[in-house]
Design a protein around this ligand. Structure first.
Ligand SMILES: CC(C)(COP(=O)([O-])OP(=O)([O-])OC[C@H]1O[C@@H](n2cnc3c(N)ncnc32)[C@H](O)[C@@H]1OP(=O)([O-])[O-])[C@@H](O)C(=O)NCCC(=O)NCCSC(=O)C[C@@](C)(O)CC(=O)[O-]
Length: 351
């Protein structure tokens, strides 16, 4: 071979004839995925920073800081904000002041502000705590969320009971909340894989999603709690739920943690499957006390930047979010977990 032929071969390597002829089953195509058109698409963002984001903080976050965070978030255009959890303070001490948060928000929020504040409730005791605060019902106002797991291992760690027992526990909670005029959201955790039980079969996720919807949850949020999902595994799950089981995508939400940096690309897959509700936390705050190593939710700043850049309307003011992400990260003494937040803050000289 001449010298120039060798150089040509190195810079433009030619595939061996045998490789061209051979089918390549390992090369996946996404042609079977429904096509997403961004034209006129709108999404709803559920901001979970004040709950999922703070529940795992090692040092106590003061009531004032939480209220300031919620107040700032309420002025960004976000319409759905998780404010706390009525769970056992022995299990999750960081959420111990949720009653005070509810009562403060009820006193200070503007009437008809169009914001729904949501609270996690694991059992009837938690529901009593929520109802004692006499929260304003209605479609916007206040609501609760019950949270189950698709994996037995995580159910035991997180709720101290089996999946079946947790569902039985939620039934009276959901029925009573609905009777009292409050909507109920559902969560399913570990939808891709669980550190205690291994990979989660899509069937197991579908079974729990259907139980929660049948019970009366208006939507179920799919939690990739430890952020291990990829477009391949998330796509497989959504294909099962939406195409094979026929669960309407409007009844599903995507709750992606960003541990492996896959959350945004997974959100694109969810959009392709018709999902229009996404959970996220400002500054990428968060982690789950019972999912070791899991980092925060996808940052709201990253999600808004991605969605708006894709032509999807969020109604959320990115600039304000960036300021909040910087403020809360500094207040908690940690780095800002949002790439978009860091980039825009340094451009504006906020860092
Ligand atoms: C479910 C329980 C309560 C069972 O906990 P248990 O210990 O099995 O329950 P218990 O009934 O034996 O009660 C134990 C003690 O807790 C009290 N208690 C009992 N219930 C409540 C309540 N609601 N509020 C306040 N206190 C409560 C109860 O009164 C008792 O107090 P004691 O008599 O010993 O003084 C416990 O396991 C618990 O609180 N777990 C919550 C765990 C949690 O909050 N995890 C994080 C949220 S889930 C998550 O982050 C995932 C998600 C949603 O973001 C989606 C995703 O990413 O996948």
């Amino acid at each position: 071979m001449t010298r120039s032929a060798i150089i040509r071969t190195i810079s433009h390597p030619q595939p061996a004839a045998s490789m061209l002829a051979r089918p390549r089953p390992h090369v996946r195509t996404f042609t079977s995925m429904p096509r997403f058109s961004s034209a006129g698409a709108e999404v709803r963002i559920v901001e979970v920073g004040a709950r999922d984001g703070l529940q795992n903080e090692k040092t106590t976050v003061s009531l004032d800081t939480k209220l300031e965070l919620l107040s700032r978030l309420s002025r960004t255009g976000l319409r759905h904000i998780e404010a706390g959890s009525f769970v056992s303070p022995k299990w999750v001490p960081q959420m111990a002041n949720t009653s005070a948060i509810l009562s403060q928000l009820e006193t200070t929020r503007e009437k008809d502000d169009g914001i729904t504040y949501s609270y996690l409730v694991p059992n009837t005791k938690g529901l009593s705590g929520f109802l004692d605060g006499k929260p304003t019902p209605a479609t916007t106002g206040n609501e609760i969320a019950v949270f189950a797991s698709a994996s037995e291992g995580f159910s035991q760690k997180n709720l101290n009971c089996s999946i079946v027992d947790s569902i039985a526990r939620f039934e009276p909670v959901v029925a009573s909340a609905l009777e009292n005029g409050y909507q109920v959201r559902g969560y399913v955790s570990m939808v891709i894989s669980c550190p205690y039980s291994g990979p989660t079969p899509s069937q197991a996720v579908g079974d729990v999603v259907e139980k929660l919807l049948d019970m009366g949850c208006y939507e179920v949020s799919l939690g990739d709690t430890n952020g291990v999902g990829t477009p391949g595994t998330v796509g497989k799950l959504l294909k099962h739920l939406v195409e094979e089981r026929g669960i309407p995508p409007e009844r599903l939400a995507a709750h992606f943690h960003d541990t492996y940096g896959q959350a945004i690309v997974n959100a694109l897959v969810a959009l392709e499957y018709g999902i229009r509700t996404f959970d996220s936390s400002v500054g990428g705050l968060g982690g789950c006390p019972y999912a070791k190593g899991a980092t925060g939710n996808v940052a709201t700043e990253d999600l808004v930047y991605f969605l708006e850049g894709t032509g999807v309307h969020t109604g959320v003011d990115l600039e304000q979010l960036v300021g909040i992400g910087e403020w809360i990260s500094k207040t908690l003494g940690k780095g800002n977990g949002s790439r978009v937040g860091r980039a825009l803050a340094s451009k504006k000289g906020l860092m």
